[in-house]
Ligand binder design. Structure first.
Ligand SMILES: CC(C)(COP(=O)(O)OP(=O)(O)OC[C@H]1O[C@@H](n2cnc3c(N)ncnc32)[C@H](O)[C@@H]1OP(=O)(O)O)[C@@H](O)C(=O)NCCC(=O)NCCS
Length: 167
């Protein structure tokens, strides 16, 4: 029987190569929307920072596509606690282009949000480009079952958002 499903789990130190491979699978547009610049590869230090996380101050989850015995990177979400505001965490998410629009983004958001509540967080925050309609839609979907989003145009082509984790 064909194996074809997505697994969502906490990131592991063993995810360094899949993370690097996942970056190569992204379109230049998705890279720009996530990193606000072009990015060809992660350095060793970056990979260590991105995969060796405590899941308390730095939470991170991946989506892995299991396809006929192969494991393919599908996406990653992370939330890093703000040192000035201990109940707020900056959120970043990337779904590989070929998997966008299939609901992985909202699944990752909901999963990391459950963990965030366990570690005392109340809000996610971040910035994205005004052209990023997919992110606007994703945040609106996340907020449907929670308290309303706070959105503010920062005047330089970006939107700053705060997303409460509870109703
Ligand atoms: C933004 C992003 C994370 C969304 O993830 P996703 O897996 O595509 O989102 P989902 O499939 O969960 O969809 C959530 C909502 O977004 C909207 N959406 C998703 N893909 C869309 C597309 N291709 N066109 C229009 N709307 C889309 C839909 O309204 C959807 O809600 P619905 O299922 O009720 O229709 C993804 O597009 C991405 O990784 N983009 C590049 C990186 C980035 O922009 N990161 C955000 C800044 S940190």
């Amino acid at each position: 029987m064909k194996e074809d499903f997505f697994e969502i789990r906490q990131i592991l130190p063993e995810d360094k190569i899949p993370l690097q491979v996942g970056l190569q699978m992204l379109s230049p547009e998705s890279i720009r929307q996530r990193f606000f610049a072009s990015k060809k590869e992660f350095t060793e230090n970056e990979l260590k920072f991105l995969t060796e996380v405590d899941q308390i101050n730095h939470l991170a989850y991946v989506a892995v596509h299991h396809l006929d015995g192969k494991l393919l990177p599908g996406g990653v979400i992370r939330a890093i606690k703000d040192s000035q505001r201990p109940t707020y965490a900056e959120i970043g998410i990337t779904i590989v282009d070929s998997y966008q629009g299939k609901g992985l983004g909202i699944q990752l958001f909901n999963t990391i949000s459950d963990r965030a509540l366990q570690v005392g967080l109340t809000h996610f925050y971040g910035q994205y480009h005004t052209s990023n309609l997919k992110m606007t839609k994703l945040l609106e979907k996340f907020a449907k079952t929670r308290a309303p989003l706070f959105l503010k145009h920062t005047g330089d082509g970006f939107i700053y958002f705060e997303a409460p984790l509870k109703n």
